[in-house]
Design a binder for this molecule. Sequence first.
Ligand code: FAD
Ligand code: UDP
Length: 370
Amino acid sequence: MSQILIVGSGLFGAVFAHEAAEAGNKVTVIEKRNHIAGNIYTKEVDGIQVHEYGAHIFHTSNKKVWDYVHRFAEFNRYTNSPVANYKGQMYNLPFNMNTFNEMWGVKTPQEALAKINEQRQEMAGKEPRNLEEQAISLIGRDIYEKLIKGYTEKQWGRPCTELPAFIIKRLPVRLIYDNNYFNDDYQGIPIGGYTKMVEKMLDHPNITVKLNTDFFDNKEEYLKSYDKVVYTGMIDKFFDYKLGELEYRSLRFETEEKNVGNYQGNAVINYTDAETPYTRVIEHKYFEFGKGDKDKTIITREYPADWHRGDEPYYPVNNDCNNQLYAKYAELAKKQDKVIFGGRLGQYKYYNMDQVIEAALNAVHNEFGD
Ligand code: FAD
Ligand code: UDP
């Protein structure tokens, strides 16, 4: 039996803690915030599960991961179908026949394809070198200008010509009338919220959780006194930024209770122009079904922000320069044989929840076998 310290009670930390405890180890989870669950934390307010750190929709094509989360929660059948507001004009997302009809008036897949191909001509024969070129070669300039450029430049705080193409490859393009944002086989939101799901992962006689506890207040002591440390914080901070700072994007959330039953008619509305300072507004009650007061609703505006030391690092910025620096930190990490670096910040990867669970289960497998 080993003594294991887990730094961070987000999804990576919670899955690892649960499996390590099941394998018979004594596990201590330390968390610097005053609550568990990391960025998937949800808090119940007036009968509504509020996604405190932005909209979280679970989606995956990995059956093993889908089965795994069902051990800790039941999921509803929520299907994400955000709508874009560009200067007061509404467009369905992701890019599908509804969007093409709204943008160009085309009605059939043949008409839509002809229009897209005409728009893509601009990039004919050229290899896309950045997000702007990737977007235009994928879908053409009209959609790029109205639905991608403003949103993306706000989100990442830099021109699309300086962003990696892969970010936009996440968005599906479909020649059918289907507003489902994701292509995955499985999708939903845990009934009762994500916090309850993580609580269940951590509810084990071998697990102790300590909130309001920062690893860096006692780093050397922790590294000395535990057999293994699973670290899910920022990898550059672990090494005291000695090779330089990685870049992150931060966010500011502005939450308001409104005395109306229905504020925007959808869970997620994206503001895709450059002028509106926020990227999206979420109306939490629509992540669930028939929840909350019929005369009240809770909304959150999401403002992208530059990251400075001390801010919450919500997104890694995976461009070439940062990835090269990360690779050097990863080399240092390999030499720390007591420490496993995991999760979005520990591995500096733009992971979704399902990928974090898969990575945590792989780390568990490497450590304890089956
Ligand atoms: P985190 O959740 O960040 O957990 C790390 C934990 O470690 C935190 O609780 C932190 O406080 C703690 N910690 C850090 N440093 C220390 C320290 N020094 N001492 C003690 N504790 C420390 N994914 C999806 O699949 N679907 C979505 O719809 C989706 N939407 C998202 C929307 C937003 C706005 C964001 C930011 C992310 C979204 N994600 C989504 C991604 C998802 O949030 C992550 O994949 C997942 O939460 C990462 O889990 P993690 O354990 O790696 O990190
Ligand atoms: N995006 C966009 N317009 C939108 C929504 C998304 O251009 O209305 C782009 C943007 O660059 C964003 C990327 O698509 O960073 C991925 O979007 P997603 O909704 O998957 O981002 P996340 O939920 O991770 O912030």
